[in-house]
Design a protein around this ligand. Structure first.
Ligand SMILES: Cc1cc2nc3c(=O)[nH]c(=O)nc-3n(C[C@H](O)[C@H](O)[C@H](O)COP(=O)(O)OP(=O)(O)OC[C@H]3O[C@@H](n4cnc5c(N)ncnc54)[C@H](O)[C@@H]3O)c2cc1C
Length: 470
């Protein structure tokens, strides 16, 4: 039988820690579990930790981490909580550390074309601040209103402009991070070229808050594009989708920034008559592609874009299509692809990478496997084909089907040498499948880095790689 005095002692220790943290960040920024703010998106990681705290400065983050490290209390860094891999999942002894109060845009430098921010600025706020200065923030994802730049960098976010601007890693010049023991590593480089020793920022980009808490970031911005063209195309076969991609890479060159594909099931569901999105093209075609281009000469680029789209029809690669004539039409086309709340909340969502040539066969393969196992399942494929990345959402319509579906999706990647995560990361969700995409030596090195930077395993423990298993 448990001794009631043990639980009394535990709750006294917890109260004492809450008071100590309150003395650092201010009492009103320390919330009990039940008072933690709810996440904007339903991403299956309700807050179950002990305390929810929101420091207001790098110094406060450093003091809290030093204290928690000393007391061996695990801390889970939190941005907008939009990740889809349970990277912010908490257990009852863990402390959620939200960056939401560190939401200042410190500087936009139009000559250097840089933006310096605190980690809690949302992606939307950064995009708007760049636009106000006549510049362009080169990353965009559907969760832009809620996700925060610290979270975006910690997950190395991708999105819809990767063909042209790369993953967010490409736009980070420097950053400041706090290690598990409270050491502040300020690596706020502002230069495009700086080979002065190790480029330490990469330790914190895409490592999901396991090696440090990012507090500030310097981004490289781009010039605001003068032209912006978007088309929605209908295509008869996957082989033709690949030909269309090849053709627009050639015809649009460096202006091509997005190439998204939606399989019929996705398009039909996204544009279902009772839903919010209209269907600009009939819902009968096997594939739909969104082509997006941006450039520096409005008139010339728009003419070139229209000609490129017409050539696709003349060459019988495209069976129907519509070119957006206004900003509203551009947004309406993108909304079909971006407004995916209906999927995120209910479905099992996957995000894998494969060679473009293999994607069609892979999707057929997993569609067959899943429907054979779960005949009522809904399987929808869509995503950033131009950068090898396909999302698959599955509503298995069967209880206890989750593990079976995951196994089909991930095991089918092995023969193709595919990646289990193109952009969403690993979190807890995909950890057990990591060996499909990484060698034992790579996983061992990840665990070794984690042990070296966080010997007490207090920073987002158990995410990406569990050091207790390696
Ligand atoms: C509708 C929708 C569309 C999406 N589309 C895309 C897409 O196109 N491309 C894409 O890449 N992702 C996409 N995502 C996933 C998600 O938005 C990204 O992973 C995003 O970058 C997470 O940012 P966040 O602020 O919400 O981070 P959170 O979910 O809060 O955290 C993510 C991870 O980062 C860590 N973390 C957060 N802040 C910090 C910090 N300051 N320092 C250290 N670690 C930190 C957390 O511990 C966690 O491990 C989408 C999600 C939704 C809901």
């Amino acid at each position: 039988m448990s001794d009631p005095r043990d639980s009394q002692r535990t709750s006294q220790t917890r109260r004492a820690l809450a008071e100590e943290i309150g003395a650092i960040v201010g009492e009103r920024h320390v919330l009990a579990s039940d008072d933690a703010p709810a996440a904007a998106w339903e991403t299956h990681q309700p807050f179950q930790g002990d305390l929810w705290i929101s420091p207001g400065s790098t110094d406060e983050v450093a003091s809290v981490l030093a204290l928690c490290n000393d007391r061996r209390r695990p801390v889970v860094p939190m941005g907008g909580l939009t990740n889809l891999v349970q990277a912010c999942a908490t257990s009852e002894t863990e402390i959620g550390l939200s960056l939401a109060r560190m939401n200042r845009i410190e500087e936009v430098d139009p000559i250097a074309q840089t933006m310096t921010v605190q980690a809690g600025v949302t992606l939307r706020e950064a995009q708007e601040a760049a636009a106000e200065a006549g510049l362009y923030f080169p990353v965009d994802i559907g969760a832009r209103d809620n996700c925060m730049l610290g979270g975006n960098v910690s997950t190395n976010a991708g999105g819809t402009k990767v063909i042209r601007y790369g993953m967010i890693r490409e736009s980070v010049l420097g950053l400041e991070a706090v290690l598990a023991d409270g050491t502040v590593v300020s690596s706020m480089n502002r230069f495009i070229k700086n080979n002065s020793g190790f480029d330490l920022k990469h330790l914190f980009i895409g490592t999901e808050g396991t090696l440090g808490v990012i507090t500030r970031i310097v981004f490289r911005l781009s010039v605001e594009p003068a032209s912006h063209n978007v088309a929605l195309l209908a295509v008869e076969s996957y082989a033709d989708v690949v030909r269309v991609l090849d053709a627009v890479r050639t015809s649009l060159g460096g202006n091509l920034c997005g190439f998204e594909v939606m399989w019929n099931e996705f398009y039909c569901m996204a544009t279902r008559p009772e839903g919010p999105q209209a269907a600009p093209l009939s819902r009968e075609f096997p594939f739909y592609a969104i082509v997006e281009a941006m450039g520096s000469d409005a008139e010339r680029d728009t003419t070139a874009f229209t000609e490129a789209m017409s050539a696709l029809t003349e060459n019988d690669l495209v069976v129907d299509g519509v070119v957006a004539k206004s900003g509203a039409e551009r947004e309406a086309i993108w909304a079909i692809r971006h407004e995916v709340e209906w999927l995120v909340s209910d479905a099992l969502n996957f995000d894998v990478s494969l060679r473009v040539a293999d994607v069609g066969r892979y999707v057929d393969d997993i569609d067959g496997r899943i429907k054979a196992a779960y005949p009522q399942a809904f399987v929808a494929a869509f995503g950033h084909l131009g950068d090898n990345n396909i999302h698959i959402s599955v509503l298995p319509n069967a209880q206890d089907a989750d593990e079976g579906v995951k196994s089909h999706i991930y095991e089918a990647l092995r023969p193709y040498g595919g990646a289990i995560s193109a952009e969403h990361g690993i979190g807890i969700e995909k950890r057990r499948w990591l060996d499909i995409s990484r060698t034992p030596q790579e996983v061992a090195l990840m665990a070794s880095l984690k042990r070296s930077l966080d010997p007490n395993n207090v920073l987002n423990p158990g995410k990406v790689v569990d050091v207790r298993e390696h």
